[in-house]
Structures are given as structure tokens and as C-alpha cells.
Design a protein around this ligand. Structure first.
Ligand code: ATP
Ligand code: MG
Length: 430
């Protein structure tokens, strides 16, 4: 199979855009006589003039050869065996070219295992570069950059689709979504974050097959949710999740609530929450997971807490808030496995909200020292702004913090990456 090859003089990918660690891996492979390609999202992003999140390397060296070539290397992965090459503060993922063998043609054996409904659970059949391109998910994700001559190698029409800003599934979208339903979430994330259109047959397949997402592992869906939170366009991803109905597959209980009388407000809340997360991303800030879940689903938790209190009149608000967040986030009926400590943290953030009303005596000083305070403050400011309530209280707390800060120790170093720390230090980014 002959690829389209684009010479160095005809494309914009420069070694200056590639991390020194990725370059070292590529050159080490090439010098040892192997094929060494930059692959995946790194090539796509460089061609689009964006800064890649990470760099993946594809090669014809087998995992054991990689192990010998790189001292700082570990073989990982159950589903795919790949090598992680460790550097001071980064890891380069190196994978051996693999073949995509359709489920019904896979030779039996330990290399390739799929479930009766066609989902691939293990996939370790080595292949050639074109085979490796074809087993990838979307054409724009299947481009290679060859370190031997700095050319771009395109086996799947990815360059054309990149120009047309189109996400096209490689092969038959129905088959590829069946093999790995997480690809449906990836389509939606990439479409929103790259501002690409979804090719029509893929969109159709997605609409027809969205329920299949429920078959994916809950851990992988959790990972995918984190990628959505941090993609920089999470608000747009959420809109697309609503539009396609994938949201309902992931979080059926919240989707049902959104259909009800509180739905419009709930949607507005969620969109604003993710707009905030996107603003943080643009500012280089990364909220912790408890804050993310609390912000995303806060409207729902608050509504459920109110219902809980109606059912149990003696139940104090903080307890009701904590219970609704905790029970919901750990609810096994939704398809995303949220870690226990994230759920507990989110519950704490909700439960802490009523403490902002106590501005008398020692309570504020004590509250500020609590571990949950900073995240709780972010949530409090967010909710106050959204509902147009508690303006005076927010002001009171910001003044109080400014005063205690002046009296207290300087802000510890290295905390600037956390928006909650920024908030507590008075930067007012909400
Ligand atoms: P990001 O910018 O989010 O890192 P990416 O395209 O690099 O985007 P990764 O999840 O890092 O995405 O995966 C690297 C590459 O591996 C992809 O570009 C794609 O070629 C391939 N890939 C990843 N997940 C799948 C999948 N589920 N099915 C097929 N190919 C996949
Ligand atoms: Mg990547």
C-alpha cells in the first residue's frame, strides 16, 4: 500500500515543535536501524499549528528490542503492550506497529481476544506501518512523521481531512464503534476541541449506536471524562454530548432529571461550570477532581438535597448536600467510575457550603484552615454568581481572606496550578 508522502519542504512540521525527549527517542531508534515515526495526536496538532499535549512514537522495533535499546524503559499495558520511556519529567510512549484484524478474522490465540459482541479486549498483533495507520481511530490521527527524512506519511487520506477539518472514522464507523465504543466519545471530544465537523456516516453511526457506550469499562470512561474536562473546549463537548444523546448513556439519572422541570436551569449550570473549567485551562490552571465533579453536577446535587430534606424534615442541609453528592457520584448505575476519594471530596465541598454563612466569632478562622476550604470557596463563588445570590457574603469572605493573608504566611510555592489556590489568594478568576 503506497502512502501519500509530503516532503519536508511542503509541510509545517518542524523539529522545533517536537519535544527534545521525543526527538531523542526517534533518533535512537533510527540510529539503531529501526523505522521511527512520530504518530497520533502529536503529528495532527503540529500540522494544525497547535502545541501537542504529548508525543507518541511508532516503530517496527518489538517491545523486547525497545527494552534493550532504552535503559529508562518499562513495558506497560494490558490491552496493548507498549513501552514507556522515562525522562526527568516526561514519558514518551513508544508502540510497535500493530495490525488491525477485524474481529471475525482474528486468528485464535492469546494475542487477540474479543468478546462475542465484537469488542476487542486484547490486541497485540504486530504489523506494518500501513496496517498500523489503518488500526487507528480517525484519519487525522493516523498520520506519521518520519524522522529519517522529516516527511509526513499518510496512508488514510488524513491530510485531506485535516484540510477539510473533518473527523472521519477509518473503515466502517459502525464496525469501529462496535469494536471500541469509547471511540464515540473520542469523536465528540476531538470534534469540539479541534473545531472539526464529524463526517456524516460517523455521525449517523454514533446516533444509532450510542447505547453501546454502556458496554465500555467504567474506568476507561472515567479516563475519557477527565480528558474531556481538560481538553480546553469542555463546554462544547458537553453540548455535543447532549446533542448526540451520549450524555444520557453516561449519566442516565442526571439526563432524566434534565428532562424535568429543573432541567433548563440544570443545563445552564453545567454549561457555565464547564465554561469556567475551560477558562482555567486557558490560564494554565488545573482543578482537582472533587471540584470538577462538584461544579459539573452541583445543580443536581443541590436539587436532590432539597428533595432529601423534604422527605426527612430533620436532616440538616450539609448532611443532605453531602449525601446527595456522595450517593450520586458513586451510583453504580452510571457508566463512569468516579474514584471514591473524588466523590468524598465533592461531598465535602457541598457540605461545606453552609459554613460560608457563619461570619461571626472564630468560625471563619477555623473554616479557612480546613482542607476543603479553597475548593469550597470556588464552588461558593461560582454558585453565588450563577444564582445572583450571596453577593455580600462573597465580598465579606474576599475581604476577610485579604486581611488574614496580609497577616499570615506567604503563599506556598508551586500552588499556582490550582485554581482553588488562586482564588484563595484573591485573584478573583471566577
Ligand atoms: P490527545 O491530544 O488527546 O492526546 P491523541 O490523538 O494523541 O489525542 P491518544 O489517546 O493520546 O490521542 O492516542 C494516541 C493515538 O492512538 C491516537 O491519535 C490514535 O491514532 C490512536 N488511538 C487512541 N485511542 C484509540 C482507539 N480507541 N482506537 C483506535 N486508535 C486509537
Ligand atoms: Mg496523545
Amino acid at each position: 500500500m503506497e502512502p501519500v508522502t509530503i516532503d519536508r519542504s511542503q509541510h509545517v512540521v518542524s523539529r522545533k515543535g517536537i519535544s527534545p525527549e521525543a526527538l531523542r527517542v526517534l533518533y535512537r531508534l533510527k540510529d539503531a536501524g529501526y523505522l521511527a515515526y512520530l504518530a497520533g495526536g502529536g503529528v495532527r496538532d503540529l500540522l494544525l499549528g497547535r502545541a501537542p499535549k504529548d508525543f507518541d512514537v511508532a516503530t517496527d522495533a518489538h517491545p523486547n528490542q525497545l527494552k534493550r535499546l532504552f535503559r529508562n524503559c518499562r513495558l506497560v499495558g494490558r490491552r496493548f503492550r507498549l513501552a514507556h520511556v522515562f525522562f526527568h519529567n516526561t514519558i514518551i510512549e513508544v508502540s510497535t506497529f500493530r495490525a488491525h484484524v477485524p474481529a471475525d478474522q482474528a486468528p485464535p490465540g492469546p494475542h487477540r481476544v474479543s468478546t462475542p459482541d465484537g469488542m476487542i479486549v486484547r490486541d497485540n498483533i504486530f504489523g506494518t506501518p500501513p496496517e498500523d495507520a489503518l488500526r487507528r481511530d480517525f484519519t487525522v490521527n493516523a498520520l506519521f512523521y518520519n524522522i529519517a527524512d522529516f516527511s509526513i506519511v499518510d496512508y488514510v487520506g488524513g491530510l485531506k481531512d485535516l484540510d477539510a477539518r473533518l473527523l472521519r472514522v477509518i473503515g466502517d464507523p459502525r464496525v469501529r464503534f462496535q469494536e471500541d465504543p469509547v471511540r464515540m466519545l473520542r469523536v465528540v471530544r476531538f470534534a469540539a476541541s479541534l473545531d472539526f465537523a464529524i463526517e456524516e456516516s460517523a455521525r449517523q453511526a454514533l446516533l444509532e449506536m450510542k447505547e453501546l457506550l454502556a458496554l465500555s469499562s467504567r474506568e476507561r470512561l472515567h479516563e475519557e471524562m477527565l480528558k474531556i474536562f481538560f481538553c480546553g473546549r469542555s463546554e462544547a463537548v458537553l453540548e455535543e454530548l447532549f446533542r448526540t444523546g451520549l450524555f444520557g448513556t453516561l449519566f442516565p439519572d442526571i439526563a432524566a432529571w434534565l428532562e424535568g422541570p429543573e432541567g433548563a436551569a440544570g443545563r445552564a449550570w453545567m454549561a457555565k461550570a464547564l465554561r469556567q473549567v475551560d477558562k482555567w485551562k486557558a490560564a494554565g490552571l488545573r482543578p482537582g477532581e472533587p471540584l470538577l465533579w462538584a461544579l459539573l453536577f452541583g445543580a443536581y446535587f443541590e436539587a436532590q438535597a432539597a428533595h432529601l430534606q423534604e422527605d426527612q424534615p430533620g436532616l440538616p442541609l450539609p448532611a443532605a448536600q453531602a449525601r446527595s453528592a456522595h450517593d450520586h457520584l458513586l451510583n453504580p448505575s452510571h457508566r463512569v467510575q468516579i474514584p471514591r476519594n473524588a466523590a468524598r471530596g465533592a461531598a465535602e465541598i457541598l457540605a461545606a457550603q453552609s459554613a460560608f454563612a457563619r461570619t461571626q466569632g472564630k468560625a471563619p478562622r477555623r473554616f479557612v484552615t480546613r482542607h476543603v476550604f479553597r475548593d469550597a470557596l470556588v464552588y461558593f463563588k461560582f454558585a453565588a454568581r450563577l444564582h445572583g445570590r450571596d453577593e455580600a457574603l462573597v465580598e465579606w469572605w474576599m475581604r476577610f481572606l485579604a486581611e488574614t493573608r496580609n497577616a499570615g504566611p506567604a503563599k506556598p510555592q508551586g500552588e499556582a496550578e490550582d485554581p482553588a489556590a488562586e482564588e484563595a489568594s484573591g485573584s478573583n478568576i471566577i
